[in-house]
Design a protein around this ligand. Structure first.
Ligand code: HAM
Length: 417
């Protein structure tokens, strides 16, 4: 048997109703906020991610599925959606049509991380981006959109954590403060962090190696080094969140795992999974669009991981139960043609309908109807054929009603729950 690739997963038919619910709810919520869908490809030139996410991030350094194709181009499966969405916006000059764009994308992302509970190598994100608006109200509204997705889905035990990671100006000052703090610990840091210390010391704060985590825990905080305009921006974001009653917690140690963030950063954390396995995360990026060859326009966005979101919702929720309007049971071979015609008529009338043509006994039909979650079963056997009727059984009340063949559709449409 050829097995699934490690860290990848199948979404089986029994799980797709829940999955579909998550996707539909996220889409409906984002569309109510004015976002429109964009569908970028799952593969891009590696350079896009290296430039967008940052050469020294774990994602780009260690986790990308990168290969040379037969034409010698270096390509990568996307580890996130933001860079690809922005590439499309710049390439198609979408900001010329509308100076403020609100876009969302849903699909698989790929990171070669160590698989564990809630950590996959292929996982799905709902990703939302707002481009061309640098107001703190837009930061708050973006966080509100993420919060509303969670609320509409009914996810429990989640907490919104927010921070400001400053702008390039205050970050430059902080970088020096951080380097000074890290210097005496250099011999203890992992090899990667020693390199990060030179080129991008903020990444040390995001390292997952235990001894680096310990050192990072006592590092000075960026939130204490914000310049006045970043501080004011952050205060305004918090005020707007309070206005609309979004509960949040300030988390001054959050730096996020991607390099493009400026100012507001946020994560949605599950009580049990903790921050290393956040359900969602995002933030503002005021220089990324320009960095990718576009105009000097700011942006903010977030992504929610569907697998992690799904973990917070019980599988046996009745909303995800398998259900079909009608199961049609031919009892005996003589009823096959009549049943085939009935099934076709019912489906054309808009009823969901299932029939099994090989089952022989009524008992096996009833078992199949139960498995399908049928609301009603139509039984057609020799007796029914002789009377040009069908027997309709209500699977909840167990009541059985004889109905003339040519009245079946109207009867079922009238009775449809
Ligand atoms: P991120 O924090 O890297 O942000 O990922 C967002 C979410 O994707 C995580 O909170 C998590 O739910 C899910 N996720 C990430 N890695 C895995 C994994 N290995 N297995 C399962 N789920 C995972 C971004 O990707 C940014 N692009 C978000 C953003 C959009 N920022 C601005 N705009």
């Amino acid at each position: 048997m050829i097995r699934l690739i490690k860290g990848f997963h199948d979404i089986l038919p029994e799980d797709t109703p829940k999955w579909d619910f998550l996707v539909r709810t996220a889409k409906a919520t984002l569309e109510a906020f004015g976002y429109r869908e964009i569908v970028p490809p799952i593969m891009e030139r590696t350079e896009l991610f290296a430039r967008g996410i940052g050469e020294l991030t774990d994602i780009v350094e260690k986790e990308m599925y990168t290969f040379e194709d037969k034409g010698g181009e270096t390509l990568s499966l996307r580890p996130e959606a933001t860079a690809g969405i922005l590439r499309a916006v710049v390439e198609h000059a979408l900001l010329r049509q509308d100076p403020i764009l609100k876009l969302y994308a849903i699909g698989p992302m790929f990171r070669r991380e160590r698989p564990s509970k809630g950590r996959f190598r292929q996982f799905f994100q709902v990703d939302a981006e707002v481009l061309g608006d640098d107001s703190p109200q837009t930061d708050a509204e973006t966080i509100l959109a993420a919060y509303c997705i969670m609320e509409n889905i009914g996810a429990q035990g989640l907490m919104m954590e927010i921070n400001s990671v400053g702008c390039p100006v205050c970050r430059a000052t902080y970088r020096e403060v951080l380097r000074n703090y890290l210097e005496p610990h250099l011999s203890v840091l992992c090899d990667d962090c020693r390199r990060r210390y030179e080129r991008n010391p903020l990444r040390v704060l995001d390292c997952k190696v235990d001894r680096c985590v310990e050192i990072a825990a006592k590092a000075p905080l960026i939130s204490n080094r914000l310049d006045e305009s970043c501080r004011e921006h952050f205060d305004a974001v918090k005020r707007s969140l309070e206005l609309v009653g979004v509960p949040f917690r300030e988390e001054p140690r959050m730096v996020r795992g991607l390099d493009y963030y400026t100012r507001t950063a946020f994560e949605i954390v599950h009580e049990e999974l903790g921050r290393s396995k956040a359900v969602g995360g995002g933030g503002r990026y005021d220089n990324l669009i320009k960095e990718l060859g576009g105009p000097e326009v700011s942006g903010i966005g977030f992504a929610i991981g569907l697998e992690r979101l799904s973990m917070g919702i019980p599988d046996d929720d009745p909303r995800f139960a398998r259900s079909i309007d009608v199961y049609v049971a031919p009892v005996g071979d003589n009823a096959l043609n009549a049943c085939f015609t009935v099934v076709n008529a019912l489906r054309r009338a808009g009823l969901s309908c299932e029939a099994r043509y090989t089952a022989k006994s009524l008992k096996s039909h009833m078992r199949a109807a139960d498995r399908c979650g049928a609301q009603r079963v139509i039984m057609i056997g020799e007796d029914e054929l002789a009377r040009n009727e069908a027997t309709v059984r209500d699977m909840t009340t167990k009541e059985q009603t004889p109905v003339k063949m040519d009245e079946l559709v109207n009867f079922l449409l009238g009775e449809k729950r």
